[in-house]
Ligand binder design. Structure first.
Ligand SMILES: NC(=O)C1=CN([C@@H]2O[C@H](COP(=O)(O)OP(=O)(O)OC[C@H]3O[C@@H](n4cnc5c(N)ncnc54)[C@H](OP(=O)(O)O)[C@@H]3O)[C@@H](O)[C@H]2O)C=CC1
Ligand SMILES: O=C(O)C1=N[C@H](C(=O)O)C[C@H](O)C1
Length: 252
């Protein structure tokens, strides 16, 4: 039985993940952490100041974190202090925070860290890479849309898209929205939409003369992210003590 604690347990992703863990044979939800204490599917949810106590008393195999960047860094440190494997879905880390996470994890615990746990997005990233390779002289524009409550922008998934484009096209300037007079150069335009209950849309437009190719992904339910995160949690326990990707989990 793989025992799981969820950080951000009472949030949109935390509650969705808890339901899927509860329905998965071989996985057991043994606790949660959130800003407010409470209960979730019969397990205790404690406040962040009690995370070490929770990890030591419940002895989970995996901590799944879907919180906010500052909180996630602290939760990751707590997991590494207590020898607990990690699945991290939180987005919005600064480069400095990513370095702190890498330092804490590598050689200490196995971790899967991904800006997007949906199988579809992991395939979409590969399609974007392939398109960029073949369309290097086309203009590129990245657009993402999410619900009104999303705090970080651009999304973690869009930042991963930009990393892929940089790897394939060389580092191009990023222009975040446009206003007023400007002449397009060899830049990548990045556009962010926030509204309503949009689950998560990402699109990469390659625009040439007389034609455009658009590669896009649309999530209809956050269960696709939660199912991927639970799949990663079942996979990560006992793996090499370093940061793995969702593509490693999927073997693609
Ligand atoms: N990688 C992926 O596939 C996906 C990643 N995400 C990312 O996951 C994160 C969470 O998203 P979502 O569930 O929609 O957000 P929510 O705001 O619904 O959930 C986050 C929860 O974490 C709580 N929280 C804040 N600080 C702490 C802390 N120190 N310890 C424990 N819990 C804390 C929040 O409490 P309070 O509300 O009181 O602040 C809230 O209940 C975001 O960064 C988002 O971008 C989302 C979907 C998919
Ligand atoms: O906050 C969300 O909702 C999502 N966040 C992730 C991101 O920032 O890319 C993944 C998904 O798009 C939903």
């Amino acid at each position: 039985m793989t025992k799981i604690v969820i950080a951000g347990a009472l949030g949109r992703m935390g509650t969705t993940i808890a339901r899927i863990v509860d329905e998965s044979p071989g996985l057991e939800l043994v606790g949660g952490v959130d800003i407010k204490e409470g209960t979730l599917l019969g397990t205790d949810v404690v406040t962040p100041d009690r995370i070490d106590e929770l990890l030591q008393s419940r002895r989970p195999d995996v901590l799944i974190d879907f919180t906010v960047a500052d909180a996630a860094v602290e939760n990751i440190k707590a997991a590494t202090r207590n020898g607990v494997a990690l699945v991290v879905g939180t987005t919005g880390f600064s480069p400095e925070q990513r370095a702190v996470i890498e330092e804490a994890v590598v050689g200490t615990v196995p971790a899967v860290i991904s800006s997007n746990y949906s199988v579809g997005v992991n395939i979409f990233w590969q399609l974007v890479r392939q398109a960029a390779r073949m369309l290097a002289d086309y203009d590129v524009e990245v657009t993402e849309a999410h619900h009104r409550y999303k705090k970080d922008a651009p999304s973690g998934t869009a930042k991963t898209i930009l990393e892929i484009l940089d790897q394939e096209l060389g580092s191009r300037e990023k222009v975040y929205g446009r206003e007023g007079m400007s002449e397009r150069k060899d830049e990548i335009g990045v556009h962010v939409i926030r509204g309503g209950d949009i689950v998560g849309d990402h699109s990469v437009l390659f625009a040439g003369n007389y034609e455009c190719i658009e590669v896009s992904h649309r999530a209809y339910d956050r269960a696709v992210f939660a199912e991927g995160a639970v799949r990663a949690a079942a996979w990560v326990h006992g793996k090499e003590k370093r940061i793995h990707s969702m593509q490693d989990v999927l073997g693609i």
